[in-house]
Design a protein around this ligand. Structure first.
Ligand code: GLN
Length: 196
């Protein structure tokens, strides 16, 4: 079985673990950098990106996470996780892990749309996906080699670059496991490549 980790410092951790297990993989809550060696892919959950960044520093995760990505191990950032992997943040906020060639705007949908649900077509899925947005970011600008997977009101809300997948919404808060299955496929493929 594939082993998928969820960074367990803060945020929607157990919901992701449940989806990982429902989808037939082993889910591990990652609380120490050493655990990164035992997993085939990592989910950076939603929560509060500034808090998560502080905890990443406090628990010595910053360099190990950069290394994890350098080894091309698959990463899935949801909501705050998407903020964490962005190379750039708008409104001159300081960027965090800087792994993906996108500029992300935090809390991008404004006050009247703090949280909402939208049914979105997703590239690679036959039927639309019911996406839950909570104080969600969106991708303001993406480099050419970033694959846009979904948009909402002309804003990019799901994308992929090499081994990194991101969504502005929270796929773990619904019973629909199709989004995590897209990630699990990426993990499967990356494992096969390493094995060859
Ligand atoms: N607004 C949060 C942030 O920027 C993200 C919200 C979420 O993850 N639901 O960190």
């Amino acid at each position: 079985r594939l082993v998928i980790g969820v960074l367990g410092l803060q945020g929607a951790v157990t919901e992701h673990i449940n989806q990982v297990e429902t989808s037939g993989c082993n889910g591990v809550i990652v609380k120490k950098p050493e655990q990164l060696k035992e997993i085939d892919g990592l989910i950076l959950p939603g929560g509060e990106s500034t808090t998560m960044r502080k905890l990443i520093e406090r628990y010595g995760f910053f360099e190990p996470l950069k290394q994890f990505s350098k080894q091309r191990k698959p990463l899935f950032g949801t909501c705050a996780g998407m903020v964490l992997v962005a190379k750039e943040l708008s409104a001159s906020s300081e960027a965090h892990l800087q792994l993906m060639d996108v500029r992300v705007k935090r809390n991008a949908f404004g006050r009247q749309k703090e949280s909402f649900e939208a049914v979105l077509p997703i590239k690679g899925l036959d039927l639309p996906f019911s996406a839950v947005f909570i104080r969600a970011p969106y991708i303001e600008k993406a480099a050419q080699h970033v694959e846009i997977i979904s948009t909402y009101e002309n804003h990019i809300v799901a994308a992929k670059q090499d081994h990194i997948l991101v969504t502005a919404f929270h796929p773990e808060l619904t019973n629909d496991t199709r989004m995590i299955e897209i990630f699990i496929d990426m993990v499967k493929k990356s494992k096969n490549t390493v094995a060859l």
